[in-house]
Every structure is written in C-alpha cells, then in structure tokens.
Write a protein that binds this ligand. Structure first.
Ligand SMILES: *Cc1c(COP(=O)(O)O)cnc(C)c1O
Length: 440
C-alpha cells in the first residue's frame, strides 16, 4: 500500500497535524492504562456476554483499508471496498440460499433490522409487525420509530415463539410481517422458522428473520447432536429478509451488521436523489439501497479478508463455531449431573442458562449475583466472568422448575460460549462456579 501511495508523489503533512512525540507517548500510555478497565473478553475466563475480539485477519483488513478511509456510501467514496461489500453480501446470500438478493452491510444489527422493518412497512402500510416476546428489544423500539404497531407473541416453554399464539395473532388479520428470531439474544432460542413461514404464507404475512446472533450457525445446522437444528436455518431461504451480524459470530470488530432481501425489487423503496453523491458510474451505489449514508469501507475490507481465509462453509467459519456449541453441550451435561446447579433450559446454540439449586427465587437471585460479583473480584488469573439473565416465576414453572416465586423476578446465570477456546476450559469454568457457590 505504501508503494501505491508513493506513486502519487511526495507531499508534506501540514504542521497543524504535528504532535510532540513525547506527548503522544504519554497520552497513549494513559489510553492503554484506561483500557485495562475492560473485562477480559479475549480470555476463556470470560464466559459472560456475547463479546470477543475480532480475528487478526479482520484487524489487518480493517486497518489496511482504514488508512485510506473509504466511505461505502457510494462507489465514488469507496470503489474497492464497495465492490468487496457486494462480494461479501453475495456470499452471505449464498449461505442463506437466496437465488437473488438485494443487501448491504450496516453499522449494526439494529440498523439492519430497522431497514427490514422499514421495507416491511412500505409493503404492508398500516399493518402491524409481530415478533416473539423474547425477540430483541429493538424490534419494538424500531417499530415505534417507524410508526408501526408491534405485537409481542408469547414465547413457548423453550424460549421460542409460541406457534399457536402466532396463529391466533395472524388470524386477527392485521399483521403484515412476522419477525422470527434465529437465536434469541438472551437464551439462544431458535424460533421454528420453517413452521412460521408456512403459517405466514397461509395468512398472507411476510417473514423477516432476525439472525443477528445465530445466522452463522447455519454453517453447522446439520441436525447432528453436536450441530444445531437443521430445519429452522434451512427455512431462512424461504423468508423475505434476513439480518445477520458479522460483528457477533463473524469474527468482525463492531460496526458490521447486514440486511438481505430475497426480492431485489425492494430497492424501489429506497429511492432518493442527492446533488452531492453518485458521480462516477451508473452501477448501483450502496447508498442508494441503504438508510444510512456514510459507512466504513474498512468494515467491508475486514469481512472480505476474513472470508478469504475462513469461508462460509462447515469447515471454514463453521469450524470456529462448532467448539462453542460443543462447549455449551458439555457444560450443560456437567450442570445436569451436579446437585448444586440446574439448567434453566437446554442450549439450542452456544448460550447456556443455569441457576443455583435453591428453594426460592430470591435465594436463586442472591446466589447468582454472588457468582457474578465474587467471580470478577478474584485475582485476574483466578477470576471468572459470567452474566446474569432475569426470569420470573412463570418462566421457571413453564420449564418444570420447582422454585418458589417469592419475588416477582430474579437473576439466574448465563454464559455465552462463543470463543472456540472455551471448550477446553469448560470443566474448570464449571468447577469455579461450584467453588463460588460453596461460599454462599
Ligand atoms: C445483537 C442482536 C441485535 C442487535 O444488534 P446490534 O448489532 O447489537 O445492534 C438484534 N437481534 C438479535 C437477535 C441480536 O442478538
């Protein structure tokens, strides 16, 4: 890249940009000191939320392109990275089984879902959007932004959308689009997309799949015990749109979501004109089919380079997801076999929900909070980082747990096994939860 830059001839950076080297060194030192305030997302000891660093290839791709700082809004702003974006979006479309597609990267899953709901509104004006009560909270929020009514369909006992409740909602006739979630953020529950799509076609509703978290599990959705359920993921091919977050399970830094539509014709809903963009070609500019304007071309370069090395195949990126799935199953087995812990529900992906065996919900809450707080206060090399998930008496009872609901809601434990390294550490992580509980 240095060679390409040098080809344009030497020039002197403006002195206003100069900073004293010693000051830079000191400020950078202060920055690094401040960054220590983070939790160790990179380490197997961190088995909490859905966080992990990007793959080195993504870092190389991102930094390389960032030095040029292209803007993927238009091909004028980022010709090379704009083309890379079209390529990676085509790879995602092929993974989902879309024969044709319209799609682009976004700065997040929330914005990607907003775009899908925006198109949903344009196609079914005046109609409501239905999503599971366990769907991501931003669906209700974005419906509010769009001025669309949203309807929460109750979740069944395994955290997936209750189909009977969905059919009753559809029968009332005011639903234009149903959002199915392939991997809920809380429990990793996979809605039965294959059954939802059949119901929706019967009642004339569109289907959007929020696969922000779970989308890449399609690569290991082979129905084997160590894989995940095949049918819901295969059925995404029959749905109208899908959202996936490469910044979750695609090894990317934050700032990388994606939305894909099966019908390229939905481009007509994005029509706009501006006097200051779209100069150099008649080719499609990504800004013509997205609600956002500026977007980092570097994000496309990062994903492009990552997928060159870890393609969207069972042996490519799939091999990165499989150990996390095995880790969740192995950890679930250890919890099942222990007297001190119980599984809240069986993991459908790589997210584990479990709780200390106690008589009442207030005691479960207290013991869970202890594991959370005492675990992260231990010395670094002995620490444990988990997350919590708030449940109520009804959701415990629905899963057959006999816990007295003496308080309206309480916290249980939640661990996302999204790093492949977690698998090797499962026995130690489990033992540590037990050790922490012994102190309650
Ligand atoms: C994370 C997530 C979102 C929101 O995506 P962001 O990238 O955090 O904006 C939406 N839906 C699901 C299922 C998610 O897991």
């Amino acid at each position: 890249m240095g060679g390409w830059m040098a080809g344009y001839g030497d020039f002197t950076p403006h002195p206003s940009l100069d900073v004293p080297l010693e000051q830079l060194r000191r400020a950078t030192g202060a920055l690094h000191e401040r960054l220590r305030e983070n939790y160790p997302f990179f380490h197997p000891r961190y088995a909490g939320q859905m966080l992990k660093p990007p793959h080195p290839a993504a870092v190389i791709g991102y930094v390389s392109a960032m030095l040029i700082n292209p803007n993927n809004h238009a091909l004028d702003g980022g010709p090379a990275t704009g083309r890379m974006e079209k390529e990676v979006v085509a790879q995602l479309a092929a993974m989902f089984g879309y024969p044709e597609h319209l799609g682009h990267l976004t700065s997040s899953g929330t914005i990607a879902n907003l775009e899908a709901l925006f198109v949903a509104r344009e196609l079914h004006p005046g109609k409501a959007v239905a999503h599971s009560a366990d769907a991501h909270y931003t669906h209700g929020r974005m419906c509010h932004v769009l001025g669309v009514e949203s309807v929460a369909v109750p979740a069944a006992a395994d955290g997936t959308m209750d189909l009977q409740a969905l059919e009753e909602t559809l029968r009332a006739g005011r639903i234009g689009t149903v959002v199915a979630t392939a991997g809920t953020t809380g429990l990793g529950a996979v809605d039965p997309v294959h059954e939802i799509v059949v119901l929706c076609r019967r009642y004339g509703a569109r289907v959007h799949v929020d696969a922000a978290y779970g989308g890449f599990f399609l690569l290991i959705a082979d129905g084997t015990p160590a894989g995940v359920a095949a049918e819901p993921f295969a059925a995404i091919a029959d749905c109208d749109s899908v959202v996936i977050d490469p910044h979750k399970h695609g090894l990317q830094p934050y700032g990388c979501g994606a939305v894909l539509f099966r019908d390229p014709g939905v481009a007509r809903h994005y029509l706009h004109d501006s006097p200051y963009t779209y100069f150099t070609s008649d080719e499609l500019h990504l800004g013509e089919i997205s609600l956002e304007c500026s977007r980092a071309g570097a994000a496309a370069a990062a994903l492009w380079l990552t997928l060159q090395l870890l393609p969207l195949t069972p042996d490519g990126l799939g091999a990165v997801l499989r150990p996390g799935r095995r880790a969740a199953l192995a950890w679930a087995g250890l919890i099942d076999a222990s007297d001190e812990l119980a599984l809240f529900q069986r993991p459908q992906l790589d997210i584990l929900s479990y709780f200390p065996a106690r008589r009442s919900l207030s005691e479960v809450d207290r013991a869970s909070a202890h594991v959370l707080n005492a675990g992260m206060r231990l010395p670094d090399a002995q620490s444990l980082f988990v997350a919590t998930y708030t449940v109520d008496g009804a959701s415990l009872a629905a899963r057959g747990h006999r816990v007295t609901a003496d308080v309206p809601s309480g916290r249980i434990l939640r661990s996302v096994a999204m790093k492949p390294e977690t698998e090797e550490h499962v026995p130690a992580l489990h033992q540590q939860v037990l050790d922490l509980l012994a102190g309650t």
